[in-house]
Design a binder for this molecule. Structure first.
Ligand SMILES: [Zn+2]
Length: 358
């Protein structure tokens, strides 16, 4: 998949978060913050914006973008800014650090024949590196800031290792943890942080922001991503435009797994789960939420049981995101199961279903 749309800088603050950034920089004095918001609404950009603002040597009450500190932060090279991301996200964003770590620690994917799949977890060695960094003297006068994104990615060992420092960081050190779903954090992590709720983008503002990046039919992609603009932009950058997204229900009903060529498996499973949700809604005479109304096969009311079974299978695969699947076979099997659920017709290659769990 080739896209004309340039890769986004995850640190670029989207316009709907500018007021929140200014407000938090002006009022928030806590040393540990929990930013409660979705990645697709820009919660990482807000966390990095706060870090830049606190470290900035100007006095404008926001990151000036011109001082040495702001420049170092923009180059991802500020010694007083420590960003903890899962390895999978580091690779996605081209973020430096941790590339050469040994694998095989707890929570790791076992190394098979090839390179291990980059971890989607934040592991204890990453938090230990943060604690080591936090114990050093800051290089500048602005103190130090650590950003952990997303907090839910910390495995229990990593989260426990963070607790003491989160409660009482070294003087001048602030820690920002993001979470789309704070209920998935350890209660002891939640209770040590002051919470800031990150606003979602308004529909028209989000659509305008996407259109300004050259993304056509932003309304379709916004619906595809439950209104999360950064996620919609990432979908478009991955080569999935509104027409390709809208064509998925018919393609899956026809068992055409090849429409997902070049997609990451997690994105395929996410799209199929949304498709399944919308098919179930239509079987109950409701409206689709993620896909346009047009382009669907007729979903009969008696498809509900089969759709529920497909939904369960998709859920199992979603929960086992780090399992070393044979990806092409898995996608073929999930699409075959979707075809069967949507149309009641047996798959072209029933043996493909043997790949699936449950
Ligand atoms: Zn500055």
């Amino acid at each position: 998949m080739v896209s004309e749309i340039a890769a986004a800088d995850p640190a670029e603050l989207p316009p709907w978060l500018a007021d929140t950034l200014a407000r938090v920089l002006a009022r928030q004095r806590g040393h540990a913050l929990l930013l409660h918001g979705r990645a697709g609404d820009g919660v990482l950009a807000l966390a990095l914006g706060l870090a830049r603002g606190w470290l900035c040597s100007g006095d404008a009450g926001r990151p000036c973008g011109r001082c040495g500190s702001c420049r170092l932060a923009a180059q991802r090279a500020h010694p007083d800014l420590f960003v903890v991301l899962p390895q999978s996200m580091r690779e996605q964003f081209g973020w430096p650090g941790f590339e050469d770590r040994p694998t095989g620690a707890e929570g790791d994917v076992p190394r098979g024949k090839g390179r291990a799949r980059p971890s989607r977890q934040i592991r204890i060695d990453e938090v230990r590196a943060l604690l080591d960094w936090a114990s050093r003297t800051p290089s500048g006068a602005g103190g130090k800031v650590a950003v952990i994104h997303p907090g839910e990615a910390m495995n229990p060992h990593a989260a426990s290792a963070l607790l003491k420092t989160l409660e009482e960081p070294p003087p001048g050190t602030r820690i920002v943890v993001t979470a789309g779903d704070p209920a998935r954090l350890l209660p002891t992590v939640r209770s040590r942080c002051q919470r800031v709720v990150v606003p979602r983008a308004g529909v028209s503002e989000a659509a305008g922001w996407l259109a300004a990046q050259g993304i056509g039919h932003p309304d379709v992609l916004l619906a595809a991503c439950a209104g999360a603009p950064l996620e919609a932009a990432a979908l478009a950058r991955g080569g999935v435009d509104a027409a390709a997204w809208s064509a998925l229900p018919a393609a899956v009903a026809a068992g055409r797994a090849e429409v997902f060529a070049g997609w990451a498996v997690t994105d395929v499973v996410d799209a199929l789960a949304k498709l399944c949700h919308d098919a179930m809604a239509q079987a109950c005479e409701g409206s689709p939420a993620f896909f346009p109304r047009t382009g669907w096969p007729r979903v009969p009311a008696d498809a509900l049981t089969a759709l529920a079974a497909w939904s369960r299978r998709l859920g199992v695969v979603q929960r086992q995101a780090e399992h070393p699947w044979h990806e092409a076979l898995l996608v073929e099997a999930l699409v075959a199961a979707g075809r069967e659920a949507l149309t009641g017709r047996r798959p072209v290659r029933p043996a493909a279903l043997d790949t699936l769990p449950g």
